[in-house]
Design a protein around this ligand. Sequence first.
Ligand code: SAM
Length: 318
Amino acid sequence: MTAPGIKTAPTAFDDSFARCITDGLSRTPKEIACKYFYDAEGSALFDAICALPEYYQTRTEVALLRRHAGEIAALIGAEAEIVEFGAGALRKVRILLDALERPCGYTPIDISGAYLRDVVRRLAADYPKLTLRPMVADFTMPLHVPAMAGAARRGGFFPGSTIGNFRPDAAMALLRRMRDMLDGGGLLIGVDLVKDPALLHAAYNDAAGVTAAFNKNLLARANRELDADFDLDAFANYAPYNPTAQRIEMYLVSLKRQSVQLSGRTVEFATGEAVHTEDSHKYSIESFREIAARAGFLPRAVWTDESRLFSIHWLESR
Ligand SMILES: C[S@@+](CC[C@H](N)C(=O)[O-])C[C@H]1O[C@@H](n2cnc3c(N)ncnc32)[C@H](O)[C@@H]1O
């Protein structure tokens, strides 16, 4: 086993949460980038979301991966290095690793450093022969992932419909950069589909309130890291589906007029004022293939479930 020493990308993002939140809360309308949901607490909350009855995405994607693992493994090819973008709990990749022919290694990339360290330790115990090369990095920044010795090919893996967090033009630009990083290899990507708005609404407004806690983790994280004094009960989670833009929009809405201290500054909120925290775009199979093609990929296989809730695409580099 190669010891999974964690590489932190040279792009410094440690103080970027402070910059993003102070800038974002001084704008009109206010906003905070969704990548800052993910510190150790946020990653654990996302993991809890994945197990919710309303959150069909994870179980549908996992079932698709299991059902088509053999076919997917054949497309990725033998002795491949898997590079996963936004790797999270490292659960879905196990399905690939178990199906692949002699996988050469695995490079999970995630912004949530402490959480990544933890899950990599558990994966290393279960796959003692696999070369692991975890990277704490922001995949929206320029990122060099050096070739792994002995790998016949690189297979990108981007599950969880994280691509939906980007507006379509930004999604296209990100896919283009990922294609460059994959050195001629393909990308296996999970994409959530347009569907009955009621199902979408339920998935982001769960009865147990876990998604609300996840959204409010941005404020809790500011309290932990930036000496802020957000009162979490003074903000509401609001996550409507916008059917024209075909996306869930997440907001934190101030329930009263209030002043909050943040890194030595005062931020004012009016009653009902919203902070935009995330978009989750939904695609049709055709509209996503179109974006992938504009990014320079050749969309090849696509798998979906009987109810067309979710899709997994295999995109080849041209
Ligand atoms: C929606 S979750 C998906 C997690 C996992 N891939 C899955 O399918 O369940 C998004 C993941 O991407 C990571 N992430 C979000 N933005 C990122 C960024 N800009 N750079 C690196 N990782 C990021 C988060 O920490 C989180 O683990």
